[in-house]
Design a protein around this ligand. Structure first.
Ligand code: SF4
Length: 637
């Protein structure tokens, strides 16, 4: 039997090149299938972005013939995968196999909408291998855990949901990171860990690894609860793999991407003892009920610099409703012990569980107020397919169009701000207002622990030199060339959003506590503010009657603290977001941005602050006869 040649493609999650995603699962698939004698290549499109990634795929398909193209991803990549498969159909007649988290829930919708030839609804290795034998020889049966789709008749031909997966992870060869282009993934990293308004420039470049699969818990919002049995690699396997990666790529920082790093203290301690000799640093995710001080100190000693805990809420009512099987007291204790061990903390809060009320929000805020030295952020519940919350949302008729819901799932701003899936008893308006308030309080909390500046000077329009000291332990650090905002692609090109206005949380390299650097403390940013302030002043002098947009909410107090941008009196405020209409902003009632309101204010002048809808608003003004000179825009300074 002639074995098929395979190309594995990791689809993009956002259009531009990014380091948010390295396809560890596909790297496992590569080495497993290679060992079985298959010829296999891989592309991680995230390394290139959508269009450049497609060019790369197209070039490869012109130079080499593949029999099978495997694509794997999460539900949030639905539209990107759909687009990719349409393109692939024009480039190749290879059979297309879809796998990954996207196939495991709402499988029927996924296969009918995306139209791959085959779909694997469980872990890849074993089922994909069997499927490849079927593709090579049609007499061999389709395996369990796979589906097939007849493109001509546009219907499902075979469907088997009996999933199965490998029991002993150590039986798998080390994942082939090279095939999935780890070199490029490392190359495009900017050298600092940057996430959720937090930066850690002393960590440098990193490689993600996986030491276990799945999770034995069943939290109501979490899709992982449906991903089969919890299994783990032996400590020897995991540490040997890290050692090899370190030697080969000269990288000394690792992100352990498992849902749950370990359920077993003995295993963590054994891992730490082995890893310590490698002189690396690492970050991981743990549950608050799985730790004690001895374990944390051992982890610190072995190079652990940050632990991510799913805090979710400060209210026991909500935590219980989420079936987290922990308590607020356990969370508080874990935070205290982790701080004591001088390990950094990323704590994530989740708003919008069905049990969320005014009272539970207050509990969470009290909890957050007590714990300011670690980094936290709020997210809103999104009922992903396959979760308990998804079923609740369906039963409450909150998801009217299941197909559209999956397609839109990556468009979080739509759900968060315009049409949230609101599982609480709050009205939609109250629901969004409370979320906005939580985000704002979170921002304010960051500002309660400020970086101490020892010396600061601008180097050029995009960088500053900073010497700072940690307000908690007085440790001094120097940033030779501090770029802010950090995203190089968007650096000063895209001033439509408030990216860069909120300041940044720095992590002390010594005690790993968080402190906050205000934008106005960064000389090159401070200059930008002053420039806009002076333009604003001149504009107001010339144009007395002013209408502004949008009615800024979450970032308002931060920008107000840092700048003089809002020391103006206005004749009107316009916004396109429904939930802001009717509110008060700058002492004026917010009106809907529309042709009618623009005409109503046609003899006035307009100021557009940074706004994601900037282009839309500007074009609407111009198309309704407002002259360019009558508009002042932040992103045009
Ligand atoms: S939230 Fe964490 S503990 Fe809960 S099911 Fe998901 S991975 Fe497991």
């Amino acid at each position: 039997m002639k074995l098929p040649k395979i190309l594995l493609i990791a689809p993009t999650y956002i259009n531009s090149a990014n380091t948010m995603y390295f396809p560890i699962g596909m790297a496992y698939l590569c080495s497993y299938l290679e060992k079985k004698g298959f010829e296999i290549d891989g592309i991680n499109m995230n390394n290139y972005g959508l269009e450049k990634g497609l060019e790369k795929v197209s070039t490869l398909l012109k130079s080499k013939k593949y029999d099978v193209i495997g694509i794997g991803g999460l539900t949030i990549a639905f539209e990107q995968i759909e687009y990719l498969i349409k393109k692939l159909r024009c480039l190749s007649d290879a059979k297309i196999v879809l796998g990954g988290g996207i196939t495991a829930c709402e499988s029927e919708i996924v296969i009918k909408e995306i139209k791959p030839d085959y779909m694997i609804i469980s872990e890849g290795e074993l089922i994909f291998e069997e499927l490849l034998y079927h593709i090579a020889d049609i007499k061999k049966p389709l395996p369990k855990g796979s589906w097939s789709f007849n493109l001509n008749r546009s219907e499902i031909e075979y469907q088997n949901n009996e999933s199965y997966s490998i029991n002993e992870l150590d039986e798998l060869p080390f994942p082939d990171y090279e095939k999935m282009e780890i070199d490029k993934f490392i190359d495009i990293q900017s050298g600092e860990i940057w996430s959720h308004h937090k930066v850690d420039p002393f960590v440098g470049k990193y490689i993600p690894i996986s030491a276990s699969r799945s999770c034995p818990f069943k939290c109501t919002f979490c899709y992982h609860s449906g991903m089969g049995k919890y299994r783990k690699h032996s400590v020897d396997y995991a540490t040997e793999f890290i050692k090899r990666l370190k030697e080969k790529y000269k990288i000394t920082h690792f992100l352990i991407y498992d849902e749950l790093f370990s359920l077993n203290k003995k295993r963590v301690i054994e891992f730490c003892e082995k890893i310590k000799k490698l002189n690396i640093s690492f970050m991981c995710q743990l549950r608050v009920d799985q730790i004690d001080l001895e374990m944390l100190k051992t982890m610190k000693d072995a190079g652990c610099i940050e632990i991510s805990y799913g805090i979710e809420s400060g209210s026991n009512k909500v935590i219980e409703s989420m079936q987290k099987k922990i308590t607020a007291e356990q969370i508080e204790n874990a935070i205290k012990l982790t701080r004591e061990a001088k390990i950094g903390i990323q704590g994530n809060f989740l708003y919008g569980d069905p049990a969320e009320t005014e009272e539970t929000i207050k509990d969470s805020l009290k909890f957050q107020e007590k714990n300011k030295l670690y980094f936290s952020d709020w997210s809103m519940v999104l009922p992903y397919p396959g979760t308990v919350l998804h079923n609740i949302a369906l039963s409450k008729n909150l998801i009217n169009d299941r197909v559209q819901f999956i397609k839109d799932i990556a468009n979080t701003s739509k759900y968060l701000w315009n049409s949230p899936i609101n599982l609480t008893n709050f009205s939609d308006k109250e629901y969004i207002e409370r979320y906005s308030m939580l985000k704002e309080i979170n921002d304010k909390n960051h500002r309660k622990v400020l970086t101490k500046i020892i010396e600061a000077k601008d180097i050029d329009s995009k960088h500053s030199y900073l010497k700072v000291s940690c307000p908690t332990c007085n440790y001094e650090s120097e940033y030779e060339n501090f770029p802010f905002p950090f995203n190089k692609e968007n650096l000063f090109k895209n001033k439509e959003s408030f990216y860069g206005f909120l300041g940044i949380n720095l992590v002390c390299p010594n005690c790993r506590s968080k402190h906050h650097l205000l934008p106005k403390q960064i000389p090159h940013i401070s200059k930008e503010f002053k420039l806009f302030e002076s333009k604003l002043k001149n504009f107001i002098k010339k144009n007395k009657n002013i209408v502004v947009m949008p009615a800024i909410d979450r970032y308002f107090s931060a920008i107000k603290d840092d700048t003089n941008l809002f020391n103006i009196s206005v004749n009107g405020v316009l916004d396109s977001r429904e939930y802001r209409i009717g509110d008060k902003f700058l002492n004026s009632k917010v009106e809907k941005l529309s042709k009618e309101t623009i005409l109503k204010y046609s003899n006035k002048s307009f100021i557009i602050y940074p706004w994601v809808e900037y282009e839309k608003a500007y074009n609407l003004l111009i198309s309704n006869g407002i002259q360019k000179e009558k508009i002042l825009m932040w992103n045009k300074i």
